[in-house]
Design a protein around this ligand. Structure first.
Ligand SMILES: Nc1nc2c(ncn2[C@@H]2O[C@@H]3COP(=O)(O)O[C@H]4[C@@H](O)[C@H](n5cnc6c(=O)[nH]c(N)nc65)O[C@@H]4COP(=O)(O)O[C@H]3[C@H]2O)c(=O)[nH]1
Length: 525
C-alpha cells in the first residue's frame, strides 16, 4: 500500500471507527430506552388491570353469596347482615345491596333506599354498569355501580387506579371492552387508543406524542390503557447513553488502534522485506505439475517462501503485493532466479523433458533486465527450449507494448509463457489473442466450483473452451479431489497441480522423487 493511500485510509478509518460505534450506540440507547419505556407501560397497564379484575372478583363472590341465601326474604335483617359481611371483607366494595328498577332498595348500609340513576352499559355477560353515580352521603365522590340478578355493588371510581397513584406523568384508564367506554380515568386518554384492544390481549404503540400500552382481561369484559408523553424518553435515553456510548467509543478506539497497528505493520513491511532479502530469509518450494492422462510429473512451479527470524512463515499472497507496490519485486525476482540457478545447476541435462515455472510480476515484464536474468538461469540449469516457463498474471499485461517486447525476447530464447490466475482479472478474448502465450493456468477459484452448484460453476468450462480456441495448453491449479481431476481430464485439460497430486516441496525432495520415478519407469520399460 502506498504511503499516501495508507494515510488517507488511516484518517478515514479513524473517523469511521470512532463515529460509527458512537452513532450505533446512541441508536441502541434510544431503542433500548423505547423498549424499556414500553415494557414499563405494559407492566403498569397489567397492574391496573389486575386490580380491576380483583375488584370484579370480589363483586362476583359477593353476588354469589347473596344468591345462595334463597330461603331468606329480600332485605330482611339476615340478608342485610350478609351484605355487611361482604362489604367489610372487600377492599374494593363500598356497599352491596338489592336493586329494584333504578333504586338500591337496601344494602350493607341499611334499609335506606338510594337512587342510582339509569344504566349506562349492559355487558354481554348480563352485568349492568352505571359509571358516574353520586350519593348525598358522599358529596364530590363518584362511584361505579355493577348490577346483576337484582343485586348491585358500589365501587369508588378511583380505587382501581390506586396502584399507580405514585407514578407521575402517566395517564391511565380502565374500560369496559364490550362498549369501549371509560370506567375510571386519570390524565389525557384518546378514546381511539382504547380501540387498539379490539382483538389483541396486549399492545404497545406510539401515537400523538405518547407511548401507549393497552391490555385486555381474559376473564371479564375489562381492559386497561396507560399512556405517557414521548418526551419522558429523552431522560431515559440519556441514562442508557451514559452507559452504552462510552462502551461504543471504547470499541471504536480499540478498532482504530488495531487499524493503526495493522497499517504500521504494512508501512514497515517494505523495510523488513529489504532486510529479509539481505539476510536471505526467502527460499523456494516447488509444486509438481502432472500430466492428467499419464500421471507423470512433467514440471513444477517455483513458489517463494519467507521464513521470518522468529520462525513464522509469511504467505506470498501478503508480501508479494507489498513488494510490488513498494518497487521491491524485482529484487525478489532476482533472488528467486539466483536461488533456482544455484539449486538446479545442470538439472535439465538430467531431466530434459521437465519444466520449471517462475512467477513474474508486472514490473518484471516491463524491463529488459528480466530477459538477461532468465538467460542466466537458463544457462546455469542447462535449460532446453520449453524447460523454463514464466508465469504472469493478467496485471502483467496492462502495458502490452512493454510486456510484449520482453515476452518476445524470452520466447525467442526458448522460454515459454503462461498466463496465471486466468479469469480473475479483466481478460477478454481480443486481449488474449494479441499475446504470445503457450499455457493458460486455470485459477483455483474456478477449479473449486467443480462438482458444486454455484453461480460460477460453468466458468471453468468456458475457460477451457477459450484455451482450446486460442490453441493454448492448460494447467489447472489447486486440484484437491479426484472428482476435479476426472472432470478436467474428461474435458481435455492436459496438466494439473494441486494437493491431490503433491504439495510444494524443497528442491532436494523434488529431485530425489523425480529420480525415483525415472528409475521406476526405466525398470518397468
Ligand atoms: N489450497 C490449495 N492451495 C494450493 C493447491 N495447490 C497449489 N496451491 C497454492 O496455490 C498457489 C498457486 O500459485 P499462484 O496461483 O501462482 O499464486 C502465487 C503467486 O501469484 C504468488 N507467488 C508465489 N511465489 C511467487 C514468486 O516467486 N514470485 C512472484 N512474483 N509471485 C509469487 O503468490 C501466490 C500464492 O502462492 P502460494 O501461497 O505459494 O500458493 C500457491 C500454491 O501453494 C491446493 O491444492 N490447495
Amino acid at each position: 500500500m502506498k504511503k499516501r493511500n495508507a494515510l488517507i485510509f488511516a484518517v478515514g478509518t479513524s473517523v469511521f471507527a470512532i463515529a460509527l460505534p458512537t452513532l450505533i450506540s446512541i441508536n441502541i440507547a434510544s431503542r433500548e430506552a423505547l423498549i424499556g419505556e414500553q415494557n414499563y407501560m405494559l407492566a403498569t397497564a397489567r397492574g391496573l388491570l389486575r386490580s380491576s379484575e380483583k375488584a370484579a372478583d370480589q363483586v362476583d363472590k359477593g353476588f354469589k353469596e347473596l344468591r345462595a341465601l334463597q330461603s331468606v326474604q329480600t332485605c330482611d335483617p339476615e340478608q342485610i347482615q350478609v351484605m355487611r359481611k361482604i362489604d367489610l371483607a372487600s377492599a374494593y366494595i363500598q356497599a352491596i345491596g338489592y336493586v329494584s328498577g333504578n333504586k338500591l332498595v337496601c344494602s350493607s348500609m341499611g334499609k335506606d333506599s338510594l337512587d342510582l340513576g339509569p344504566v349506562d352499559i349492559v355487558q354481554p355477560s348480563g352485568a349492568k354498569l352505571r359509571r358516574n353515580v353520586e350519593f348525598d352521603f358522599a358529596k364530590g365522590l363518584k362511584f361505579i355501580v355493577i348490577e346483576r340478578d337484582s343485586f348491585a355493588a358500589v365501587i369508588q371510581k378511583d380505587v382501581p387506579l390506586d396502584i399507580s397513584k405514585d407514578i407521575e406523568n402517566i395517564s391511565i384508564t380502565t374500560l369496559s371492552k364490550s362498549n369501549p367506554e371509560t370506567l375510571t380515568a386519570r390524565g389525557f386518554i384518546d378514546p381511539k387508543w382504547i380501540s387498539a384492544l379490539n382483538n389483541q390481549q396486549e399492545s404497545t404503540f406510539i401515537d400523538k406524542g405518547h407511548i401507549i400500552a393497552a391490555v385486555s382481561s381474559q376473564r371479564y369484559f375489562l381492559g386497561a390503557v396507560v399512556a405517557t408523553p414521548v418526551t419522558g424518553l429523552a431522560s431515559r435515553t440519556r441514562a442508557i447513553a451514559w452507559i452504552i456510548v462510552p462502551v461504543g467509543i471504547l470499541a471504536g478506539i480499540i478498532l482504530w488502534l488495531s487499524v493503526i497497528y495493522f497499517l504500521r505493520g504494512q508501512l514497515a513491511l517494505p523495510a523488513v522485506i529489504k532486510t529479509a532479502i539481505k539476510r536471505r530469509e526467502f527460499f523456494l518450494t516447488y509444486q509438481p505439475i502432472v500430466n492428467l492422462q499419464t500421471g507423470d510429473w512433467v514440471g513444477a512451479e517455483a513458489l517463494v517462501r519467507w521464513k521470518r527470524p522468529d520462525g513464522k512463515t509469511m504467505a506470498p499472497d501478503i508480501f508479494i503485493p507489498v513488494a510490488e507496490d513498494s518497487g521491491l519485486i524485482q529484487l525478489i525476482t532476482e533472488y528467486i532466479v539466483e536461488t533456482l540457478s544455484r539449486e538446479a545447476i545442470g538439472f535439465f541435462d538430467e531431466f530434459p523433458r521437465f519444466h520449471i515455472g517462475i512467477n513474474l510480476s508486472a514490473a518484471d515484464l516491463h524491463t529488459p533486465q528480466t530477459v538477461s536474468l532468465m538467460r542466466k538461469v537458463a544457462k546455469a540449469t542447462s535449460a532446453k527450449p520449453g524447460s523454463l516457463i514464466v508465469e504472469a498474471t493478467e496485471r502483467g499485461f496492462t502495458d502490452p507494448k512493454l510486456a510484449n517486447g520482453v515476452i518476445s525476447s524470452l520466447r525467442a530464447d526458448g522460454i515459454q509463457v503462461a498466463i496465471d490466475d486466468f479469469g480473475t482479472g479483466y481478460s477478454s478474448l481480443s486481449y488474449l489473442e494479441n499475446l504470445e502465450l503457450d499455457y493458460l493456468k486455470i485459477d483455483k477459484s474456478f477449479v473449486d466450483t467443480i462438482g458444486r452448484d454455484t453461480a460460477t460453476s460453468n466458468v471453468v468450462t468456458h475457460i477451457i473452451e477459450i484455451a482450446k480456441t486460442l490453441d493454448l495448453m492448460m494447467v489447472a491449479e489447486g486440484v484437491e479431489t479426484e472428482l476435479q481431476a476426472n472432470f478436467l481430464r474428461n474435458r481435455g485439460v492436459q496438466y494439473a497441480q494441486g494437493w491431490f497430486f503433491a504439495k510444494p516441496m524443497l528442491f532436494p525432495e523434488l529431485y530425489s522423487k523425480l529420480r525415483a520415478r525415472a528409475m521406476r519407469s526405466y525398470s518397468e520399460a
